[in-house]
Design a protein around this ligand. Structure first.
Ligand code: R5P
Length: 328
């Protein structure tokens, strides 16, 4: 989508919730002091999705909030249809706010004859009508290069870090931050610096095209220390199960697990709840079903990303710096 350099003036903020993210969208709207805009979203018996807006968005600055975790393909298609509906109704600017962006792990051709689905998703979001996008902690930040429209790729992990620094750090014994794989090393280092702790890494080998991960070795010292395992998402829980077992076998004391996106596929919640973990700390980027939340009892802390998204939306609307808010 081509961008014009001419000065553009937008109308008011309009917030739409897809069916995947109603609670988060409501919290974002509350933060901004706005009401969610009315819309009908219907799925017909043949699984076709139909959208109708209750009022005109002509000339408005519109934000559509919809995660694309399970059911992935349905949520993605609904997002695309919402974007196209807004485009056809002459919105002045449309931002796809996708707290969790699907297909993030399909970001390169690392074997012959495979797709780069993450690129395809970026193309579809733009073609459907998005002038901008906003997302949280993608699996790989290089996906920004798949978009030719501007975006705000935000770090919800900073919310987790602040919580740990304020609420846990004073009570931890010789804490060490451990990344679940080497791909998260850079984020892990930031994490460790913020809570003033050393860092260790798990070297993980994943069997190609198989959801099962295999944790191999720890690089660093966890013996007699409290461990904070950090990762971007928990999907099946395979990586965390192996990571927790590995640090425990290596002499770790208490184990905490911090991750941004609680995908919790299959029976991940039950598997995680059975582990010797003191506390799981995550966000509401993706809603967790009540029965899955209950499996954890009081050991699950969910921090909201709504103020982060709301503030970035406010600044995007007002044409103010987003980067600056992290220095304030
Ligand atoms: C993978 O590289 C990611 O950082 C996560 O470790 C992964 O998505 C977790 O998947 P699972 O919970 O299925 O092991």
């Amino acid at each position: 989508m081509t961008q014009s350099n001419e000065l553009r003036v937008y109308g008011g903020i309009k917030i739409y919730a897809g069916t995947a993210s109603p609670d988060l969208a409501q919290k974002v709207a509350d933060y901004l002091g706005e009401a969610l805009c009315g819309r009908d979203i219907v799925e017909f018996p043949n699984e076709n999705i139909f959208v109708r807006l209750h009022s005109s968005v002509r000339g408005q600055d519109v934000y559509v909030i919809q995660h694309t975790a399970s059911p992935v393909n349905r949520n993605l298609m609904e997002l695309l249809i919402l974007l196209q509906t807004l485009r056809l109704d002459s919105a002045a600017r449309i931002t796809a706010v996708v707290p969790y962006l699907c297909y993030g792990r399909s970001d390169k051709k690392d074997q012959p004859r495979v797709p780069i689905t993450s690129r395809l998703v970026a193309d579809m979001i733009q073609i459907a009508g998005a002038d901008r996008y906003m997302t949280l902690d993608p699996h790989a930040y290089q996906i920004q290069g798949f978009f030719s429209v501007p975006g705000d790729v935000l770090n919800a992990s900073s919310i987790l870090m602040e919580y740990i620094k304020e609420n846990l750090r004073p009570f931890l014994k010789d804490p060490v931050v451990v990344t679940v794989d080497l791909g998260y090393a850079k984020k892990g280092r930031n994490f460790a610096a913020i809570i003033d702790a050393p860092i260790a890494f798990i070297e993980k080998r994943r069997v190609i095209n198989n959801a099962k991960a295999e944790a191999l070795t720890i690089i660093g010292d966890v013996k007699d220390r409290d461990v904070i395992l950090v990762d971007d998402e928990i999907d099946t829980g395979g990586s965390i199960v192996q990571a927790v077992n590995l640090v425990k076998e290596s002499g770790a004391q208490r184990v905490y697990v911090s991750f941004v996106h609680p995908i919790f596929s299959d029976n991940a919640a039950e598997r995680l709840a059975a582990l010797p973990v003191t506390e799981y700390i995550t966000t509401d980027s993706v809603p967790i079903l009540a029965e899955k939340r209950e499996a954890f009892g009081k050991r699950l802390t969910i921090l909201t990303v709504a103020p982060l998204l709301g503030e970035v939306i406010r600044r995007a609307h007002e044409g103010r710096s987003v980067g600056q808010m992290f220095n304030e």
